[in-house]
Design a protein around this ligand. Structure first.
Ligand code: GLY
Length: 545
């Protein structure tokens, strides 16, 4: 396990911070997920006497079946856990790793890190779920796998949203993916090979996936079809438990994703810059301006300094209090700072994303905030025919072509270069925001915008001037350093946008909404639970009767 970097501890010891992490027992259990069938799969575990970790394992596997473009056995992710009886937070890092054959990234040209079998990193979800269910759950793997097996066997109906994703990505599908997923709204997707693979996983756990029959079939398919992942890569994969990034801000404790996710460090950077600001007292325009300027500075540093800390030396001092103060001092409250004056590292843009998030609470007070991904919609577009597993394209989250933007427009530094066995930097930010009265469990898909979405919802929960539904559903804004423009969701206040423009911000109105947040708010005094599912998606709140 890794320990907190000194600079984050410094944030923890700043006197204005005074949050307690103590939690009361919730009134019941709850699962909020991006698809109703997945939320129900998790709830079924709670109803059978399982805990939040059983529910999370079942939800994760079911999402991989009914939301196949977003996560699954061929992908990975991060599970943030709160273990109530130990009053302990831990992150299960099930992020993919780079296969040995990828070398130092020389094999990636043009879109080859996005489309096709060679774009896949070694999948981590099976190892993560295995650990989650066996170490923290009560029901055993076989029972938590059962709902996903049933969903894969019986099939599910294609929604118009999923059909849109299919249409957008189907050019990248291999024949096995086309056969399974090239469907119109109202048609049924059944995944018999995946059902068999899941069943094996339920019987034999991670062993069969990484070193047994599934590994042999997967490696054979990938070798034949140009993939880079070999049996050795699978055999060497392990999920890792990591200490979350923890920092306090004005009475709120933020427990969030550690490296290899950039999410927690980037949130710590932004809130660190704002230590002496009273966000509650600022006018909305000033607050948004400040958040945008802080994002700009934090994303710049993200791309420059962050990578898998098991492989590269992360200069944690980039979060030193005096440096963050200097960055805050460089913010002019009347005018936008041109991004390149803050020092640039290249061109960035952001488009296209898919990933998924869910949140779980049980009656004992255990909590899970999990963000899982296959990276781009439908990952690499490659389905291994003999296992039915859709492979991720997380190799694109590395800096595979120095100086060129990846699918999210991120131009990243050497710290995030490809190396055998290394985990690619992520933006996934499953988090807990623990306030004096309430705990907010949240996260979302959305590529490089994940961090700003979690930031804005967190700030919403701290301001508490609008109902919780608005923290999740208000129109969003985003700045990722370059291009030097504030991205605005449709519906963002035209008046506020005009004022931001008046302060010198360049605006980029987006054509479509983004993100799909799935959150739970726990009232720490009464135990009351409020589930909030993003209106942009098709999610559901499942409450234990
Ligand atoms: N694949 C998106 C991310 O991890 O940031």
């Amino acid at each position: 396990m890794r320990y907190l970097p000194a600079c984050i501890l410094m944030l923890l010891t700043t006197p204005v911070f005074a949050a307690s992490t103590e939690a009361v027992k919730p009134e019941s259990g709850m699962v909020v997920a991006a698809q109703p069938a997945a939320a129900e799969a998790g709830m079924a575990m709670l109803q059978k006497g399982g805990n939040a970790f059983d529910a999370a394992a079942a939800t994760a596997l079911a999402l991989g079946v009914v939301e196949p473009g977003s996560s699954g056995l061929g992908g990975g992710g991060f599970f943030m856990l709160y273990i109530a009886r130990q009053d302990r937070y831990v992150m299960i890092d099930a992020r993919e790793t780079s296969p040995a054959a990828a070398g130092h990234g020389e094999v990636f040209e043009s879109r080859s890190s996005i489309d096709g079998a060679q774009a896949a990193g070694v999948p981590g979800l099976a190892a993560g779920v295995d650990r989650l269910a066996k170490k923290y759950g009560k029901l055993g793997l076989k029972r938590v796998v059962a709902p996903a097996v049933k969903l894969a066997t019986d099939g599910f109906t294609v929604s118009s949203r999923l059909a849109g994703m299919i249409e957008w990505r189907k050019a990248a599908f291999n024949p096995a993916a086309r056969e399974l997923f090239d469907k119109k709204p109202g048609e049924i997707i059944r995944q018999p090979q995946l059902a068999a693979t899941l069943k094996q996983f339920g019987e034999h756990g991670a062993e069969v996936f990484y070193r047994g029959e599934t590994a042999l079939s997967l490696a054979r398919d990938l070798k034949r079809d140009g993939g880079l992942i070999g049996l050795n890569d699978l055999g060497e994969y392990h999920a890792v438990e990591r200490k979350p990034v923890v920092f306090d801000y004005h009475g709120y404790r933020v427990v969030t994703a550690a490296l290899p996710s950039s999410g927690g460090m980037t949130l710590a950077h932004i809130f660190g810059q704002l230590q002496d600001d009273d966000l509650k007292r600022l006018k909305e325009l000033d607050r948004d301006h400040l958040l945008i300027e802080a994002m700009k500075r934090a994303y710049r540093d993200r791309n420059r300094y962050l990578g898998d800390a098991d492989f590269v030396t992360v200069p944690y001092d980039y979060l030193a209090e005096n440096r963050l103060q200097e960055l805050r001092d460089s913010i002019d409250m009347q005018h936008a700072s041109p991004a390149l004056d803050i020092q640039g590292v290249g061109e960035m843009f952001s488009e296209g994303h898919d990933t998924t998030h869910f949140s779980v609470v049980d009656r004992e007070g255990n909590m899970v905030s999990a963000t899982l991904s296959v990276n781009y919609a439908f990952g690499s577009g490659y389905v291994s025919p003999s296992t039915g597993i859709l492979l991720n394209d997380e190799m694109d989250d590395f800096a595979t072509r120095p100086g060129e933007p990846n699918a999210y427009g991120l131009v990243q530094g050497q710290a995030n270069g490809v190396e055998p066995g290394k985990r690619m930097l992520s933006s996934m930010t499953p988090s807990f925001i623990i306030g004096p009265e309430r705990t907010f469990i949240l996260g979302t898909p959305g590529g490089s915008r994940i961090i700003s979405m979690v930031l804005e919802a967190s700030v919403g929960s701290m301001l508490d001037e609008a109902p919780p539904d608005d923290w999740v559903n208000s129109p969003r804004f985003h700045h990722q350093f370059l291009p030097d423009a504030v991205q605005l969701e449709p519906g963002f206040s035209a008046k506020l946008a005009g004022q931001l423009q008046g302060s010198g911000h360049t605006l980029q109105w987006l054509e479509r909404p983004y993100g799909n947040m799935q959150a739970i708010l726990l009232d720490r005094k009464s135990g009351r639970l409020t589930g909030i599912t993003d209106r942009r998606g098709e999610g559901a709140v499942s409450r234990q009767p």
